[in-house]
Every structure is written in structure tokens, then in C-alpha cells.
Design a binder for this molecule. Sequence first.
Ligand SMILES: NC(=O)c1ccc[n+]([C@@H]2O[C@H](COP(=O)([O-])OP(=O)(O)OC[C@H]3O[C@@H](n4cnc5c(N)ncnc54)[C@H](OP(=O)(O)O)[C@@H]3O)[C@@H](O)[C@H]2O)c1
Length: 326
Amino acid sequence: MPKSTFDLSKLPDLTGQVVLVTGGHSGLQVLLSSPCFFDVLILHRGLATTKVLARQHAKVYIASRSVQKAGSAIQDIKKEIANANVAVIEMDLSDLDSVKRGVEEFLRQEDKLHILINNAGIMCTPYSTTPQGIELQFQTNYLSHHLLTRLLLPTLLATSSPTSPSPFTPRIINVASDGHAKLVSTFSPSFSSFPNLEHESTWTRYGTSKLCQVLHSKSLATQYPNVLSVSLHPGTVKTGLSAGPRGSTAWYKFIQPLVELGAPGPEEGCASIVFCAVSDKIGISDNGSYFLPVGKKGNASKLAEDPGLAEELWVWSERKLSELGY
Ligand SMILES: NC(=O)c1ccc[n+]([C@@H]2O[C@H](COP(=O)([O-])OP(=O)(O)OC[C@H]3O[C@@H](n4cnc5c(N)ncnc54)[C@H](OP(=O)(O)O)[C@@H]3O)[C@@H](O)[C@H]2O)c1
């Protein structure tokens, strides 16, 4: 990953801003059961993002499927940043009901949202389906974030309203991956009907979910021109994400050290996310862009740049969510 020219120690003051980060709780963990010694120290970027934003005085909501894990992450943050304003919203992205309940809980507590960071994700899990009958990676990484975003858009838009005391351009950040390009080459997704992923490899399924996140940002930019919606590849960072491929792909543990050679820890690893969330070097003219580390506008894949495919995905997602009652 190229050295960051973006200085995390020189960020704007975020007093009064409300941020929601999915998967923003993960912390430094020791995985005693890990079969791979390279993973003894697992560094999670979600927590680093939360910490960096809290340090700048934002109020950060961590959307997590584990209130307990998130609670202990908050304790850790408060040891470092005594006045950190961080709270937990319980939300399991593998269940659309849980996403809806999480949003209801958030809206009981807040009437503002400045920045939404769709960060949580899983990679290369074995094929399985969610309670809604949808492939697990597709729903966790993409479809639940689509629903979350849709449910929070009225609040994001109200926060940006020109009649509000301090108008602001809200931001929606989709943490995608360069896998959206590299891993989808043998698959021609069509979203005119339900994407049948059962016979695709777990890598293709991961790549497809990430492609959908990039397409989602493109559609958001078209449909909500006053909200800054971008996607990004955060770079390779040593995180818990590798548990997925290690479990599903026999050879992965042998190449993992090479894949992660030189990969940074969480503070640097979160820089791309933080850049897109708060940097004043980007603005509404960058709407829909795809960013590479750190803060460099990149070319998304040909599929991801196809407006027809973005629209197809949007229409399919809305229809599917409506059929399922969301
Ligand atoms: N690491 C990389 O090199 C890399 C490269 C490209 C893209 N990315 C993307 O970066 C994002 C962050 O990943 P990471 O590397 O920081 O991995 P990570 O350390 O494994 O963090 C993933 C986070 O997602 C949460 N999560 C997983 N399933 C969830 C669910 N069903 N409901 C709610 N939360 C759930 C996890 O929570 P639990 O603690 O409860 O599991 C964890 O907090 C992901 O979208 C990933 O695809 C990472």
C-alpha cells in the first residue's frame, strides 16, 4: 500500500457531527484458536476508524452484531480518549430484520446523521443463506448496507437541509475492495433477475458483493446529488477478514503471508476510509467516485462503471427488499 500523504493527525474538528460505522467495534485481539501464527495479532480497521473520528469529537455509533464486543471496544477507546462519545447499536447485517431494528434504535436516539460508513464485511465464507434466503456475503456486504442506507437517507438528507442551522454535505462511504474487479472476471452478473450465486466460487461471491457496493455508490450519486456517496478500496490490511478465506480455501494460509507482505496496521489501514469520510480535499464534484489508498481517485472496473448495471442492481434490490417486506 503506498505511503499515505493524508495526515491522520491533521483532521478537521468534528464537534456536533454524528457518524454511524458498521463493524466499527473490532479491536486488537489475540486469536488463540487461529491455525495460522501470522494471525496471532489481528488488527481491525473498523475500531481505528471509530477511534480516529471520536478523537476529533464526532459522536460515533458503532453498528455491531455483538453488543458485548462493541461495549469492550468502547471501554478501550475511553482509556485512550477519556471524553470519547461512542455508542453501540445492535445490528446483524446477515439479517434484514436486525438492520431494521438497529435503524429504529438509532432513530430513537438521534435525529441527525452526517456520515454513514458501510464498513462491515465478511470474505470468502462457505456458501450459506441468510434468514431471508440470500447468499450470506451478498447480503452482509451489500444488500443489508443498501437497506441500511435507504432507511437512513431521510435523516442524512434532513441533516443537509439548507434550512438547518448549519448546512452540511452528508457522506455515504461504501468500503468496497479492488476484489470488485479482480474477482469477478469470470462471472457476468445480471441483476434483471435474482443473482444465482450458488455455483460460483466463494471468491467470486465476495467480488460480486464488492462490485455491488461500488455500483451502489454510483446509483446513490445519481439519485441523491446533494449527498456525497463514494466507494473505496482500503488497501490490504492485516485484519480478521482473512479468517474467511482460511476457512474456505485450503491453500490460502500458504499465500497469506505474501498477500499481506508490508500490509499496514489499523491506524494507517483506516486512512482511506477516514479520508473519504472527512477530508475537505473531496466534495460533491467527486460524487460516485471510487477511491484507492489513500484518497486517490481510481478507475473502477468496466462492470462497476456501467450505469445500466448500476440501475439494474438498484431496481432489483428495491424490488427484492419490497417483496421481503422491507
Ligand atoms: N482487510 C483487507 O485487506 C481488506 C481489503 C479490501 C477490502 N476490505 C474491506 O474492508 C472492510 C472492513 O474489513 P476489515 O478488513 O476491517 O475486516 P474485519 O477486521 O474482519 O472487520 C469486519 C467487521 O465486520 C463485522 N461484521 C461481519 N459480519 C457482520 C454481520 N453479519 N453483522 C454486523 N457486522 C458484521 C465484524 O464484526 P464481528 O467482530 O462481529 O465479526 C467486524 O467488525 C470490509 O468491508 C472488507 O471487505 C478489507
